[in-house]
Every structure is written in structure tokens, then in C-alpha cells.
Design a binder for this molecule. Structure first.
Ligand code: PGA
Length: 303
């Protein structure tokens, strides 16, 4: 069994390859962030930085093989050149990863796993190694999605281990955080999110965090049709960015993409993406509709 090792805070600044389990050889060269170009934005906390918008389509447990391939082909056509201006990933169900990767062909839309194991290999029945996702051409993995935290009881520690394993396998982790309705109503939303972010990044070096995307997804907004207001999203995103500044430095804080998820659709994407610290979105239901998802990507590219 190989387990991604836990790094202590003293590991910050070390090369990420130093954190690989013994016997695992990194294929990481100088891996660029997913972005190629970016926009300048002054964040709500006064950090001027360049960030390329990011939009992810989380298909969850929907569809069947033929439909997944058809959706991919239609998305490639519908998104067109927008993928040259922003980073776009799709996260199909695991059994369809390879077929969807094939259907993506040479487009710059990247392939991602909806989750990954906290281990690179071994006796972990039913789990999917981040190395296997990478082997199929995957570049990204969601970790800590609230449907896993709440349906499967994934703890902050498990989410952190998955983020480390994803990085060790050369995948870009999209770390999902967000408060429940009860936590928001109790006035604890920001504290809950801060704790989740601190835990997920525990022990990661600045280089590693530079590869992370943080997705703020209030649980009460996911799949409910209820969306956070742009102001609510902005205050959570600004808090996360300020926290990154405190844990690392202002330059890193300004460069990490923080995206919003929770009932984003074409009708509300533009106003959400206009918030200074909202760098794109993680899209569930609307990512299964070609026109909706393509429009959301376009709004991100012009935000
Ligand atoms: P939703 O899902 O857009 O359907 O609310 C978002 C998500 O779970 O990432």
C-alpha cells in the first residue's frame, strides 16, 4: 500500500517531489498551471494579480456512455474558441473517463475526475487512484465535494490527503469547500469555510498551493436553484484569498483561482463572475446542457 505522506508545515517551500511516497517517481516536469493567458484583476482585498478564469463541469452520476460521448462532442463544438481564453475542465463519471477523453481529442478542454483516492495504488477496493486518472489523460481532480463530505462522511483530513495524492500524481486539485444552511444561519459560514481551507492545505508548499483551485460551494446552493448573491460569494472568496495571503504570501494569494459553485446557470453567471475575487465557476446541472455551459464559459471569458 502506498499512501501519500502527510507533510508538516515545515515542508513548505520543499519541492513537491520530496513529498512523493518512496518508490514513486514523479513525471512532473515544469508543469504550467492550466492557464495560458490571464486577466489582471484587483481582488477585493487589494491584491493585484493575474488570474485566468476557470470553469469546471461536474457531471456527477448522470448519463450513460453514448450520451457522455455525444455531450462531449457537442460541448467541444459549442465552446469553440472560448477554451483558448479560459481554462475549462469536464468531470464525467469514472467509467466514462476514457471515452470522454477520446472524444475530447486535441481540444484544450481538460479531463478531470470527480474525486480521487488518497493513495496512489494498493488494496483500496472501489477507489480510483489519481495516478489512474492521470494515466487516462486526466489533468484535474475534484476533492472534498460536499456530496462526498456529506453522503460519505469524508473528513477534512481525508480531503487533505486526497489533495496531496492528486498533486503527487500530477493532477491539479480543485478543493471544494462550503458551509451548510444551518451553519450559515448560525452565522458561522466564514469560520466553517476557513477551517476547511486551512485543513485542506495543511502541509502543502507554496509551489503546490500554486497548482490548487479552490471552489467555494455553499452546500445549500448546490442543486437547489438557490444561489449565493454575488456579495455573499465575494465575501467568502475574499476571506479565502486573505487566508492564502496569511498562510503563504500576497503574490500566491493573488494568483490562486477561487471559483464559485452552487446553481450557477447562464442567467446568473455574469453577475457572479463580475465579483472581483470570483474567478469562474464549478457547474453541476447546467454543465449537462451544451448551450448553458457554453454561455457560462463565455461569461467567464468576458468577466
Ligand atoms: P449545481 O452543482 O450547479 O447543480 O448546483 C454544483 C456542484 O455540485 O459542483
Amino acid at each position: 500500500m502506498t499512501t501519500a505522506p502527510r507533510a508538516s508545515t515545515t515542508d513548505r517551500g520543499r519541492d513537491p517531489d520530496d513529498l512523493l511516497p518512496s518508490g514513486v517517481v514523479s513525471t512532473r516536469g515544469d508543469v504550467p498551471p492550466l492557464g495560458r493567458a490571464a486577466r489582471n484583476r484587483t481582488s477585493g482585498i487589494g491584491i493585484m494579480a493575474t488570474r485566468r478564469p476557470y470553469v469546471g463541469g461536474n457531471w456527477k452520476m448522470h448519463g450513460e456512455l453514448a450520451a457522455a460521448v455525444e455531450l462531449t462532442e457537442n460541448l467541444v463544438a459549442g465552446i469553440g474558441d472560448t477554451v483558448l481564453k479560459i481554462d475549462i475542465s469536464i468531470f464525467p463519471p469514472f467509467p466514462y473517463l476514457q471515452a470522454v477523453g477520446h472524444a475530447l481529442g486535441h481540444t484544450a478542454i481538460s479531463l478531470g475526475g470527480q474525486d480521487c483516492a488518497a493513495h496512489l495504488e494498493g488494496a483500496h477496493t472501489g477507489q480510483t487512484s489519481p495516478a489512474m486518472i492521470a494515466d487516462l489523460g486526466g489533468k484535474v481532480a475534484l476533492v472534498g465535494h460536499s456530496e462526498r463530505r456529506h453522503e460519505l462522511g469524508e473528513s477534512d483530513a481525508v480531503v487533505a490527503a486526497k489533495a496531496r495524492a492528486a498533486l503527487a500524481a500530477d493532477l491539479q486539485p480543485v478543493v471544494c469547500v462550503g458551509e451548510t444552511l444551518a451553519q450559515r444561519e448560525a452565522g458561522n459560514a466564514l469560520q466553517v469555510v476557513e477551517k476547511q481551507v486551512r485543513a485542506a492545505l495543511e502541509g502543502l508548499s507554496a509551489t503546490q498551493v500554486g497548482r490548487v483551485v479552490v471552489a467555494y460551494e455553499p452546500v445549500w446552493a448546490i442543486g437547489t436553484g438557490m444561489t449565493a448573491t454575488p456579495d455573499d460569494a465575494q465575501s467568502a472568496h475574499a476571506m479565502i484569498r486573505a487566508l492564502l495571503g496569511e498562510l503563504y504570501d500576497a503574490q500566491l494569494a493573488g494568483s490562486v483561482r477561487i471559483i464559485y459553485g452552487g446553481s450557477v446557470k447562464a442567467a446568473n453567471a455574469a453577475e457572479l463572475f463580475a465579483a472581483p475575487d470570483v474567478d469562474g465557476g464549478l457547474i453541476g446541472g447546467a454543465s449537462l446542457k451544451v448551450e448553458e455551459f457554453s454561455s457560462i464559459c463565455q461569461f467567464a471569458s468576458s468577466s
